[in-house]
Design a protein around this ligand. Structure first.
Ligand SMILES: NC(=O)c1ccc[n+]([C@@H]2O[C@H](COP(=O)([O-])OP(=O)(O)OC[C@H]3O[C@@H](n4cnc5c(N)ncnc54)[C@H](O)[C@@H]3O)[C@@H](O)[C@H]2O)c1
Length: 337
């Protein structure tokens, strides 16, 4: 089995772990990435782990000619579309940028797939599409209603792809709603290396751990949760990558658009995560409690039953594994790749 998969954004955090999973699964892989938030060194890391390299194309995924030549020069059977911008805060400050980049990229991918007659697509969606006032855990049919432009772009792309599959039943589309990906490959050869300041909790915690950031701000400790801090559903990035392989397998026998939550269904509070990191690293993490951040929901938790049942997939890594592996990566690469 050597189906060729085109992975947009394959040098990034989740993309690189998924490229590794695809290569380990026996697939041929073409990565297209402009390295706006990653480094080509992630590809070296993949090769160190599995002894194989994907073909790398450095280009913007909105570049029609680059995509067209990728489809012409390779026998591509499916596309995993990760490339895009992902900061909620930045999207609030610069919404046009997010609509332009994320929607523009998705439309170009769809267009070039249509021209090349490739009809299997897995798209990186997000738990941010859910209406935060919905009672958790969220199932795929829970109410949606993103509260920021980033989440809006994810929901809009889901709608575009659902309409596309509705009109063209031969398309096979997986819409994967990720919860909170953390961790790194246990070798420490690939991991999360954002350009600039991280704004997700785990990378920030890690930077406090290595002394690059003075202290961690906890946004509110008066929520109606067991310890007053927000609760999230953290999932190991290697489990998330495995979920993509399971979705690809499912789509071999199923037409249409399918939504799956990829989470564990287990909640961990911000305070608990800090304690877990402290025990994984043996360090004390300086923290300060500041006021709540607008738009944060107290609890965001997946009901992952549909993915468990349809995909025959289960997360395997514990929260301890997530902290240890992320810390191992951070210690080996304090400045990224
Ligand atoms: N990390 C999370 O917490 C999270 C949660 C939910 C959904 N997602 C989604 O998953 C996907 C991957 O996220 P990630 O955490 O790996 O992010 P990432 O920034 O590490 O990876 C994205 C990759 O896409 C590349 N890229 C961005 N714009 C591009 C363009 N126009 N052309 C070519 N390459 C481009 C970047 O250089 C990077 O390598 C994104 O779509 C993100 O919105 C991420």
């Amino acid at each position: 089995m050597s189906k060729c998969v085109l992975v947009t954004g394959g040098a990034g955090y989740i993309g690189s772990h998924t490229v590794l999973a695809l290569l380990e699964n026996g697939n041929e892989v073409i990565v297209i990435d402009n390295f706006s938030n990653s480094s080509p060194k992630s590809i070296d890391g993949i090769e160190r782990i599995c002894g194989k390299r994907p073909t790398l194309i450095q280009a913007d995924v909105r570049d029609s000619l680059a995509l067209e030549s990728a489809f012409t020069n390779h026998d591509i059977a499916a596309v995993f579309h990760f490339a895009g911008l992902k900061s909620v805060e930045e999207s609030v400050q610069n919404p046009e940028l997010y609509y332009d980049e994320n929607i523009g990229a998705a439309l170009n991918v769809i267009d070039q797939m249509r021209i090349a007659d490739v009809k299997t697509l897995i798209f990186s969606s997000s738990a941010t599409v859910y209406e935060p006032s919905e009672a958790p855990p969220y199932a795929e049919d829970s109410l949606t209603g993103p509260k920021n432009p980033y989440g809006q772009t994810k929901l809009l792309i889901e709608q575009i792809l659902t309409d596309l599959a509705g009109m063209n039943p031969e398309w096979r589309i997986g819409l994967l709603r990720y919860f909170n990906p953390v961790g790194a490959h246990s070798s420490g050869s690939i991991g999360e290396a954002p350009s600039g300041e991280p704004n997700n909790l785990m990378p920030l915690l890690m930077q406090v751990g290595v002394g690059k950031v003075e202290k961690l701000s906890i946004f509110g400790n008066d929520y109606e949760t067991p310890d007053g801090t927000c609760v999230r559903d953290f999932i190991h990035v290697v489990d998330l990558a495995r979920g993509h392989i399971a979705a690809l397998r499912f789509l071999e026998n199923a037409n249409g658009a399918h939504i799956w939550n990829l989470g564990t269904g287990v909640g961990t509070s911000v305070m608990e995560l800090i304690q877990r990191v402290e025990s994984a690293t043996g360090m004390t993490i300086p923290t300060e409690v500041v006021s709540r951040r607008q738009g944060d929901s107290p609890i965001a938790l997946a009901n992952p039953s549909k993915a468990f049942n349809d995909l025959n997939w289960r997360p395997e890594y514990s929260i301890e594994n997530m902290c240890i592996d992320h810390w191992n990566w951070q210690c080996l690469h304090p400045d990224g790749y």
